[in-house]
Design a protein around this ligand. Sequence first.
Ligand SMILES: Nc1ncnc2c1ncn2[C@@H]1O[C@H](COP(=O)(O)OP(=O)(O)OP(=O)(O)O)[C@@H](O)[C@H]1O
Length: 217
Amino acid sequence: MISFTDVCKLYPEGYEALKNITLSIEQGEQVFLSGHSGAGKSTLLKLIVAIERPTSGNIVVGQQNIAALKRSAIPYLRRNIGMIFQEQKILYDRNVFANVVLPLQVTNFDTKTRAARVRAALDKVGLLNKEKADPITLSGGEKQRMCIARAVVHRPTILIADEPTANLDSNYAQDIMAVFESFNQVGVTVLISTHDEQLLGTTSHRVLELGHGQLVT
Ligand SMILES: Nc1ncnc2c1ncn2[C@@H]1O[C@H](COP(=O)(O)OP(=O)(O)OP(=O)(O)O)[C@@H](O)[C@H]1O
């Protein structure tokens, strides 16, 4: 489902963020990505959704070879992927419903179907009663759950999250992880980067550890 073969990423300034990464994640698997700050976790996740491009090596997601993907094909790739990134944009000039419906605006669904999908996504993250709320009034955990609803509203087969529990207290963090778990249980492939030592120490899921741009485990 996701495979990297000898992937290297050299940023234009010359920093080698990833060195010879080879890995494979099966369809329906949940995997955590760990590693120190600057280890290359965000870079690895960005390569999967073609926010960044590899300097060398091959990346296959589903049936698509990402390294060879034309810019015009990127929106099609992302139709199958839900993304939750740290620098995620929340639009504060509109309510929760309007934030979550955004990914559906490029689809052909009619208004009724869009509304049903948004409510189903909000329901899954426990925010159904907040659809009319302004995002500014949400707690940190609720904002994060809104971002998850937005990432899954188009029913992706792969979910990628970069430090989704950073800056949340442990109760909120557990809630967020339970939401990811519930998507994985219905067959979604989930890849989450995290620093959370407690979570990494107790999880039954596979942990890939990066250190200085290389896979340690
Ligand atoms: N756009 C960029 N241009 C140049 N260097 C970058 C860029 N993005 C990341 N880097 C560098 O690549 C290395 C890996 O960064 P990355 O953000 O992937 O690490 P990380 O493991 O996600 O770290 P953190 O946990 O702090 O978010 C770092 O040294 C970083 O400074």
